[in-house]
Design a protein around this ligand. Structure first.
Ligand SMILES: Cc1ncc(COP(=O)(O)O)c(C=O)c1O
Length: 433
């Protein structure tokens, strides 16, 4: 059965027409582009930031403390530490646990560069591991063969909001005496077999970059259950000092510098934004789930690999909707990005893996052949717009544009794929007669 196209999405004539890159009408008006990962900022956020600006205290202070308390409550953990970015959170987690020069850290190659930068900045050596072809998550079955006497920790990344195989990875970490850090930049709302993402290892690290589930402009958070580790993280995040400026306005306790720490603290302006966004997390998650389901229904006849279904007894954060272009897809990923841009539709790439990045290739000599799954996905994956500010009809617009693009280019190749895509477009047209 042909999927239902919303009346206000790409119309039948558009579906039959040329894609914008070939001279057709763009799916979106250039004044109303579909921005990839647009943040949702409403009056609550604007009022909260304005109140902070008027309060006379904009640096780290009472709002940061409240955001930490509220975030810890949301995740069901005793301690949280707000910082200036997700990258800062990862770096602090490693340094606070004493990981540094001479140590090795296991990390997936399929991640954002800064997961690995954090290891390099800590002075340790990243040991990259390939991903599962079906989920893009670290291949747990390949972890042990990469553990050496120098290995001190495993960093996992819950890609797109789908938790890694944490039963397996947690068991390896416990048995081999390794620290476990969860990069939850995509996984604010995720859970796995009853445990919230970020609570399954020693430290959970979150990002509040503008494209994330909630944003503070830029910002991050660490969650821990170990009180002493939390104290170390707080001190290291504020220049290695035992008190911050807000505390010094209220207490006369002596401020001592006990480590060469970092300037990683979050400001109250950012925390005000975060506090206004946190109550909206669940509603936004539901909205993204709807968009995700709409894409799943619409795109199933395109020659692309759709995201793996969420695993039973887990919760997917639906942070990214990433597809992998199949061999029969008539355009390269680069061409498709351009074709979507011509439709005024943004897209993302998650990710070109770390072993393909020039710096990492040069410094550590990584070879593509050692990471076949991540290499293939890295060349063929594209993430479609997915955020809570989007309507379901806009997901249908994106799907319509994808079919038009695929149809046009397949038709010109005269392949069997072209015929099926043409039929697909025709069935769209018939369903709207
Ligand atoms: C998987 C992953 N880890 C870490 C980060 C870094 O977060 P931030 O940009 O807040 O430093 C990102 C950011 O996009 C990410 O996607």
């Amino acid at each position: 059965m042909a999927p239902e196209i919303q009346p206000d999405s790409a119309g039948v004539s558009q579906l039959q027409g040329l894609p914008a890159i070939a001279g057709g009408l763009a799916a979106r008006d250039s004044q109303r582009p579909l921005v990839f990962g647009a943040p949702e900022i409403g009056t609550a956020e604007i009022d909260a930031v304005t109140a902070c600006l008027r309060s006379g205290w904009i640096g780290s202070g009472p709002r940061v403390a409240e955001f930490e308390r509220e975030f810890a409550r949301y995740k069901g953990v005793p301690y949280a530490a707000a910082v200036s970015s997700g990258t800062a959170a990862l770096h602090l987690a490693l340094v606070a646990m004493g990981i540094g020069s001479g140590d090795e850290v296991i990390v997936p190659t399929m991640t954002y560069c800064s997961t690995v930068h954090a290891i390099v900045h800590a002075g340790a050596k990243p040991v990259l591991v390939d991903c599962e072809a079906s989920t893009s998550n670290i291949d747990a079955g390949r972890i042990e063969r990469n553990i050496s006497p120098r290995t001190k920790a495993i960093v996992v990344v819950h890609m797109a909001g789908r938790c890694c195989d944490m039963d397996h990875i947690g068991e390896i970490a416990r048995r081999r005496g390794l620290r476990l850090i969860e990069d939850c930049a995509h996984a604010l709302e995720s859970s796995y077999h009853g445990s919230a993402a970020g609570t399954m290892g020693d430290v959970g690290c979150f990002s509040f970059y503008p494209t994330k589930s909630i944003t503070t402009g830029d910002g991050g958070m660490l969650i821990v259950s170990d009180k002493r580790l939390h104290r170390r993280i707080k001190i290291l995040s504020m220049q290695g000092m035992t008190t911050d400026a807000w505390i010094r306005t209220r207490r006369t306790s002596r401020n001592r510098t006990v480590a060469a720490g970092f300037k990683y603290n979050m400001t109250d302006i950012s925390a005000a934004l975060g506090l206004a966004q946190l109550p909206q997390v669940e509603a936004r998650w539901r909205q993204r789930q709807e968009i995700w389901n709409e894409y799943n229904g619409q795109l199933k006849d395109l020659p692309v690999g759709l995201p793996a279904e969420p695993e039973p007894h887990t919760r997917h954060a639906y942070h990214l909707y990433s597809v992998v272009l199949g061999e029969r897809f008539p355009l390269t990923r680069r061409e498709l990005v351009a074709a979507l841009r011509a439709e005024n539709i943004g897209s993302g790439i998650h990710f070109e893996p770390v072993h393909r990045q020039p710096y990492y290739r040069r410094r550590f000599g990584y070879q593509a052949a050692d990471f076949p799954a991540a290499t293939r996905i890295g060349e063929r994956t594209i993430s479609l717009p997915l955020c809570a500010s989007m309507k379901v009809s806009e997901a249908a617009e994106v799907s319509g544009a994808l079919y038009r693009i695929a149809h046009h280019f397949s038709a010109n190749q005269g392949s069997p794929a072209a015929r099926s895509l043409r039929e697909r477009v025709e069935s769209y047209a018939l369903s709207k007669r």
